[in-house]
Design a protein around this ligand. Structure first.
Ligand SMILES: [Cu+2]
Ligand SMILES: [Zn+2]
Length: 173
């Protein structure tokens, strides 16, 4: 009788650990970047990253842009302290690749392409990305540029000055 009691406790313990593991694996990692304008600009917004089957869903809402396309990248340092955003460094490129477009197999991990602003200067972006992982981008930054990323020029796509910068942090799940 005593033996049965202890073995039941053991079983409950094992089940409890299994449950915790399942919860941990099932939890979807999320990251967020709140963007603020660099000096002389009005661009601001929020970019969110959510793990989904097959990649990371990236969504963004920005305002204060000039109409048209604007380069949109993850940069290597989580440092938006510089007035022109250059403290954020170059494109996040952990695998030593060339700059390219978001749908190319060979690219900087940070190459998210362009975000398109309407005539009011508002822009949204929704894409599932296969290069970005949540854990690799925490502590990096998100930069929006004044000009279009031509997806070809090295090493930055000739996207011009940086108009907004935001550090990427861990978000509540
Ligand atoms: Cu950039
Ligand atoms: Zn790049």
């Amino acid at each position: 009788m005593k033996y049965i009691f202890y073995s039941q406790i053991k079983l409950i313990r094992v089940l409890f650990i299994v449950c915790l593991t399942v919860i941990a694996v099932d939890a979807k990692a999320k990251a967020i970047s709140v963007l603020y304008p660099t000096t002389g600009n009005d661009v601001k917004g929020v970019v969110q990253f959510t793990e989904v089957p097959g990649g990371v869903l990236i969504t963004a809402q920005l305002s204060g842009l000039s109409p048209g396309k604007h380069g949109f990248h993850i940069h290597e340092y989580g440092d938006c302290s510089g007035a022109d955003g250059k403290t954020a460094g170059g494109h996040f490129n952990p695998h030593g690749k060339h700059h390219s477009g978001p749908n190319k197999p060979e690219r900087h991990v940070g190459d998210l392409g362009n975000i398109l602003a309407d005539k009011e200067g508002n822009a949204t972006y929704t894409r599932v990305d296969t290069h970005v992982t949540i854990e690799s981008i925490i502590g990096k930054s998100l930069i929006v540029h004044a000009k279009e990323d031509d997806l070809t020029s090295q090493p930055t796509g000739a996207a011009g000055p940086r108009v907004a910068c935001g550090v990427i942090g861990i978000a509540k799940e």
